[in-house]
Design a protein around this ligand. Structure first.
Ligand SMILES: Nc1ncnc2c1ncn2[C@@H]1O[C@H](COP(=O)(O)OP(=O)(O)O)[C@@H](O)[C@H]1O
Ligand SMILES: [Mg+2]
Length: 366
């Protein structure tokens, strides 16, 4: 037994953290997983990307032993999730799509409960609870009922509860859905630290920019199948649509810029130029450098990066059917805007302020 609890991302062994072969699951006559294969190496971060209803939670639930597959094989650190569930559970942590936080308990009580359930040694429990409260910026609120927490605080508490027993593999099911942009950014930072600590992570998301930011590899789930499994860069190479759009104050400026990038599409009536590329930082530097040395000051600049919809369209020939994201909102009160980076029908930013650098779908830089 003891080797089970000492499993860690640094243990030299060839067994992958997750290995899935031809996994299938249906509810009645509705097929949710139509035979998926997945492999996640130790220390790797895999993002399972897909729209609502794609089967992400079903996959996570099977891997975390909460649900049984109909057929196929799934192993976590070499243990079968169906026949060796009791060996799998101490190795994993799950932050589900819906919070495991008990609103009637304080933040501290929630953590203490999980620490006790995880059989942490009594002497270690309080220190570990304090450490997690501190790390997740919850110390000042630790004696308040969790029902009074904002959505972002609840997510952080939920994640702290997942991590308290130091799992080697963590499942994060839509960790930022419904969060406002600031809480989302905070959650990304926390997940980034977790990644740096060497924990293996499988996270699910509906957002390409989130997968891009956090994951080593992205598996795209559609209609019960993994339709792509690649690095973020590899995935984006499959997708046309990265672009930097420039707007100019005069036709003369547009003409001069057009001569710098003959391959770019110009739109004379809008004094706009669309330069194809990946829309990444290097591309942006190249464009800004070119303008600078030619002495052209653009009136506006917009970075276009591929959206989840673009990915799905390129891979499947149909859109991602992105559905109401706010339905999962957790009543966040840290800010009122709900993050929705998948605004595939967003307005163009042609007539923007001279210094306005906007990005519609993703980040401007890494
Ligand atoms: N217990 C269940 N009974 C019947 N259908 C279910 C059940 N759980 C999920 N589903 C259906 O399976 C599909 C995949 O669900 P889910 O794995 O939750 O998708 P995702 O997490 O990607 O949004 C959805 O169409 C959902 O309605
Ligand atoms: Mg889900």
């Amino acid at each position: 037994m003891s080797d089970l609890v000492t499993e860690s991302g640094t243990t030299p062994t060839t067994r992958p953290a997750i290995s899935v072969r031809d996994l299938r699951k249906a509810y009645g006559d509705k097929t949710v997983l139509a035979g998926i294969d997945l492999e996640v190496a130790r220390g790797e971060v895999l993002a399972l990307l897909g729209p609502n209803g794609a089967g992400k939670t079903t996959t996570v639930n099977i891997l975390s032993t909460l649900q049984r597959p109909d057929s196929g094989r799934a192993e976590v650190f070499g243990r079968d999730v169906v026949t060796a569930g009791a060996e799998v559970r101490p190795l994993i942590g799950l932050t589900g799509q819906f919070s495991a936080v008990d609103g009637l308990l304080t933040g501290r009580e929630n953590l203490a409960l999980v620490a006790a359930l995880a059989h942490l040694p009594g002497a270690e429990q309080k220190a570990r609870v304090d450490e997690m409260l501190e790390r997740f910026d919850l110390s000042p609120a630790s004696r308040r009922q969790a029902s009074t927490y904002s959505g972002g605080m609840r997510r952080r508490l939920d994640l702290a509860m997942t991590l308290i027993a130091r799992p080697s593999l963590v499942f994060l099911d839509e960790p930022t859905t419904g969060l406002d942009p600031r809480s989302r950014r905070t959650m990304w930072e926390i997940i980034g630290e977790l990644v740096a600590s060497g924990v293996t992570i499988l996270l699910t998301t509906q957002y390409l920019d989130e997968a891009d930011e956090l994951a080593d590899r992205i598996a795209v789930l559609d209609d019960g199948k993994i339709v792509a499994n690649d690095t973020p860069a590899g995935l984006k190479r499959l997708i046309p649509g990265g672009r930097i759009d420039l707007a100019f104050a005069s036709a003369a400026d547009l003409d001069r810029a057009q001569s710098l990038w003959p391959q770019a599409a110009g739109r004379a009536e809008a004094l706009a130029l669309f330069i194809p590329g990946d829309g990444g930082a290097a591309h942006l530097r190249e464009v800004l450098g070119g303008l600078e040395s030619a002495g052209i000051e653009p009136r506006g600049l917009t970075v276009e990066t591929p959206s989840l919809d673009d990915v799905f369209f390129a891979l499947t020939g149909h859109g991602a059917r992105t559905t109401d994201v706010s339905s999962n909102a957790t009543g966040d009160d840290e800010a009122d805007a709900t993050a929705d980076p998948v605004d595939s029908l967003g307005e163009r930013h042609d007539g923007t302020h001279p210094t306005d650098i906007a990005t519609r779908h993703g980040r401007t830089e890494r």
